[in-house]
Design a protein around this ligand. Structure first.
Ligand code: IMP
Length: 422
C-alpha cells in the first residue's frame, strides 16, 4: 500500500468471493474507499461491531469515521434502494452524510429500468442471463446509447427529464407487449430516494480523488461482481454490464493507469456462480451440494442457490492476466476441511483438444483436473500460516506456481481474526 496510489481489491472469478470481510480488514489502511462499477446487484456482507450489514451500493469504508467513501462515475444507483440501505446504516448510528460522496456522473436506475430488465429476460426465455433484476443491464445500455439519466440530472429540471425517459421506456415495454407491471408505489419511494440523495454531496468525484492522490492519500477501489462477469472479459453474454476488472477502476473513478498500485485478486478455494452461463467446473453431484451447504453458497441479493465446483485455474490465470493481479487472496479455505480429495481444474478439454487459455466460447468444455489429498484438520482455529496442514501448504504452493502470483492472505473462517497473512 503506497501513498498517492489506488489499490484495487477485485473479485476475480464470478463474484461472491467474500470481498466484504477482506475490505473490512483492509479499509483502516486507506483514506478513501471507492466503488467504481456495478450497483445494487452487489451484496457485500460485512460484520461490524457484531452487527451484520449487507452493503449494495455503499462502499465498505462507511463504518470508519474520518474516511471518505465514494460512489464513482462507473456505478449505477437506484435512489430508492440507496435510501433504504443508507437509512439502515443511519439508524445503526453511522453518520453517512459526512462520509459519502456520490459522483454526478454515476447513472440512475429508474423503476422502469427494472421492468425492462424483467421484460428482456422474459423475452430471452431459456437463454435468459439470470440477472439480479435490479435494472443493471438496461441502465448501462442507456449509458452507452447516451439516453440515460445521471445523478447530476437531479439538480436541474429533473421531473421533466425523468418523465421523458419513463415515457420512452413505456413505449419499449409496450412494443415488447410487456404490460403486466405497476410501478406506482415503487416510483413514489424512488422519488423519495431522489430527495434523500440531494442531502449528500453530489460531486465531481474524479477531481476529488485525483486531488487526494496528489496530496499523498491512498485509495482503495472496491470491486463488485467478478472478472468472469465483466462485460468485455466475462462469459458473454452471461455477464453483468459493467467493467468489473482493473481497467474499470480507471474509467469508473477517473484515475490514470499509472496511479494503480497493488491489485489484490480475491478468489475462493473452490468455485461458485449464480445465474446462467457456462461454468465448466460445475458439480451436479453430492460433492457440489456439500460445498454449497458448508460454504452457505446462496445469493446475498437474490437468495438463489449458487452453482458450486472445484477451483478453476484456467479462469484464475486469465483473470490474473487481464487485471494485472499482484497478490492473491484465497477465501473460504475452511469449507474444504474434511474432503478426502480436493481437485483443481488445470485445463479445459473439448473434442480431444486441451487448452489452458480461456477460450472465446466456454460452452461445451469439460475440466481436466489435478487431484490433491485433503486435510484432516479444522482450519478455523488456526492463527498463523505455519500451522497450516502440509496438504493445504501444497495446494497453495501449486496455485502460486501455476499462476506465478503469491497468495498473501488465506481466510479460514468468517471472522476478521480468521484472516491469515503469509
Ligand atoms: P445483473 O448484473 O443483474 O445484470 O446480472 C448479470 C449476471 O451477473 C447474473 O448471472 C447475476 O447472477 C450475476 N451477478 C450480478 N451481480 C452479482 C454479484 O454481486 N455476485 C455474483 N453474481 C452477480
Amino acid at each position: 500500500m503506497a501513498k498517492g496510489k489506488v489499490d484495487a481489491l477485485l473479485g476475480i472469478v464470478f463474484g461472491d468471493e467474500g470481498k466484504g470481510k477482506v475490505v473490512d480488514v483492509f479499509t483502516p489502511k486507506y483514506d478513501i474507499v471507492a466503488r467504481f462499477a456495478g450497483g445494487p446487484n452487489a451484496g457485500h456482507t460485512i460484520i461490524f461491531e457484531g452487527k451484520k450489514f449487507v452493503l449494495r451500493s455503499i462502499p465498505s469504508g462507511i463504518f470508519d469515521e474520518g474516511k471518505l467513501n465514494i460512489i464513482g462515475n462507473g456505478c449505477v444507483i437506484a435512489p430508492d434502494l440507496f435510501m433504504a440501505e443508507a437509512q439502515e446504516l443511519e439508524t445503526a448510528g453511522y453518520n453517512l452524510k459526512e462520509r459519502l460522496h456520490i459522483s454526478k456522473r454515476a447513472h440512475l436506475i429508474l423503476p422502469t429500468h427494472r421492468v425492462l430488465d424483467r421484460a428482456y429476460e422474459a423475452a430471452k426465455g431459456k437463454n435468459k442471463v439470470g440477472t439480479t433484476g435490479k435494472g443493471i443491464g438496461p441502465t448501462y445500455s442507456e449509458k452507452a446509447s447516451r439516453t440515460g439519466l445521471r445523478v447530476g440530472d437531479i439538480l436541474e429540471n429533473f421531473q421533466q427529464k425523468y418523465q421523458m425517459l419513463k415515457a420512452r421506456h413505456e413505449q419499449i415495454l409496450s412494443d415488447l407487449h410487456y404490460t403486466d407491471y405497476d410501478i406506482a408505489e415503487e416510483e413514489q419511494k424512488w422519488m423519495e430516494g431522489v430527495e434523500y440523495m440531494r442531502q449528500f454531496p453530489l460531486t465531481d468525484t474524479e477531481t476529488e480523488i485525483n486531488q487526494a492522490l496528489r496530496q499523498g492519500k491512498n485509495v482503495l477501489a472496491e470491486g463488485a461482481q467478478g472478472t468472469m462477469l465483466d462485460i468485455d472479459h466475462g462469459t458473454y453474454p452471461f455477464v453483468s454490464s459493467s467493467s468489473t476488472t482493473c481497467g474499470g477502476v480507471c474509467t469508473g473513478l477517473g484515475v490514470a493507469p499509472n496511479t494503480i498500485g497493488e491489485v489484490f485478486g480475491i478468489f475462493k478455494a473452490y468455485s461458485t456462480r449464480v445465474g446462467s452461463g457456462p461454468f465448466p467446473v460445475e458439480l451436479f453431484d453430492e460433492t457440489g451440494d456439500k460445498i454449497r451447504e458448508i460454504g452457505h453458497e446462496y445469493g446475498a441479493v437474490t437468495g438463489r442457490n449458487r452453482r458450486c465446483g472445484w477451483l478453476d485455474l484456467v479462469a484464475l490465470k486469465y483473470a490474473i492476466m487481464v487485471n494485472g493481479v499482484s497478490q492473491l487472496i484465497m477465501m473460504k479455505s475452511d469449507v474444504l476441511d474434511g474432503f478426502d480429495t480436493i481437485r483443481a481444474c488445470i485445463a479445459y478439454e473439448k473434442d480431444g483438444v486441451q487448452t489452458t487459455d480461456m477460450p472465446y466460447d466456454t460452452e461445451g468444455w469439460t475440466p481436466v483436473y489435478r487431484d490433491f489429498p485433503g486435510w484432516e484438520q479444522n482450519l478455523t482455529s488456526l492463527t498463523s500460516a505455519d500451522q497450516f496442514p502440509q496438504e493445504l501448504k501444497d495446494y497453495i504452493r501449486f496455485i502460486e506456481e501455476e499462476t506465478e502470483t503469491p497468495v498473501t492472505i488465506v481466510s479460514v473462517g468468517p471472522d476478521r481474526e480468521q484472516t491469515i497473512s503469509r
